[in-house]
Design a protein around this ligand. Structure first.
Ligand code: HEM
Length: 243
């Protein structure tokens, strides 16, 4: 890993640590005075993050000037900067949103899927057989192969059902007083949806704790927010754009 990579990883790790430190103050409002925000730590973190992002943006601007090639998300944002009146702060915010939302989630999901394959040799063998048959031995799988790998898709879905990397989704805020399932949720409340629990509810799933990708061959259940039994990417207007 180069110097920028090492700095990048350190900033992401620190960001997660700082983010997690908010939880107590967020959930027990009347105890908030006991958990003052670590303002200085947040400011230092922000400055460090901005420094690295600006260096990356500068590298891209330079490379683009030289070769004219625009191939990264950074380039796209920089190209659209004038058209959409994007400030430097906005671009930095968007870049870090995509990075922090897309990195751990994906890595954790793959790790869980691999762990489940190891624990379930029957499934592993079936997935392997499909890959050997569809891809063969002379090349590496690419994204365009996905439609021809239905079993692998079921494996990914089943891994995301049992191990959603954001088990409580992201916090939402009630914009009005609402009643859900007999509970009053007052306007302004933080709302967490326990998608982990829904995905393990025996009232919703047959043998919920079993890793069984075939369940999705029997019933085609989407995971992009339209079927509330399976919501690893959330639902609605704020559904995960990386899904
Ligand atoms: C297995 C991988 C992933 C999972 C399980 C996942 C899950 C989620 C969930 C549950 C939310 C909140 C949705 C809601 O509140 O309804 C979310 C939001 C988001 N995700 Fe993902 N995500 C994944 C990968 C990615 C990737 C690869 C990217 C980008 C490259 C990404 C970018 C985002 C962004 C920007 C948001 C915030 C959207 C908004 O608030 O409008 N995610 N994700």
């Amino acid at each position: 890993m180069d110097e920028q990579g090492i700095e990048f990883k350190a900033i992401v790790a620190n960001g997660l640590k700082l983010g997690a430190s908010l939880t107590m103050a967020e959930h027990i409002q009347w105890l908030r005075w006991m958990f003052p925000l670590e303002e200085a730590a947040f400011a230092k973190h922000g400055a460090r993050r901005d420094r690295l992002t600006k260096a990356i943006m500068y590298d891209h601007a330079l490379a683009r000037e030289k070769s004219g090639v625009k191939q990264h998300f950074v380039d796209v944002l920089l190209t659209l900067q004038d058209k959409y009146d994007l400030s430097e702060d906005t671009i930095i915010g968007l870049l870090w949103d995509m990075i922090t939302a897309g990195m751990d989630t994906t890595a954790v999901s793959v790790e869980w899927a691999m762990a489940e394959l190891i624990k379930n040799p029957r499934v592993q063998e079936k997935a392997q057989e499909e890959l050997d048959r569809v891809i063969g031995f002379d090349r590496v799988m690419t994204e365009s192969d996905f439609p021809n790998l239905p079993y692998l898709q079921c494996v990914a879905k089943e891994a995301l059902r049992l191990h959603p990397p954001t088990p409580l989704m992201l916090p939402h805020k009630a914009t009005a007083n609402v009643k859900i399932g007999g509970y009053d949720v007052p306007k302004g409340s933080n709302v967490h949806v326990n998608v982990w629990a829904i995905a393990r509810d025996p009232a919703v799933w047959k043998d919920p704790l079993e890793f069984c990708p075939e369940r999705f061959l029997v019933e085609d259940i989407g995971m992009k927010g339209h079927d509330f039994r399976l919501l690893p990417f959330g639902a609605g207007r704020r559904v995960c754009p990386g899904a």
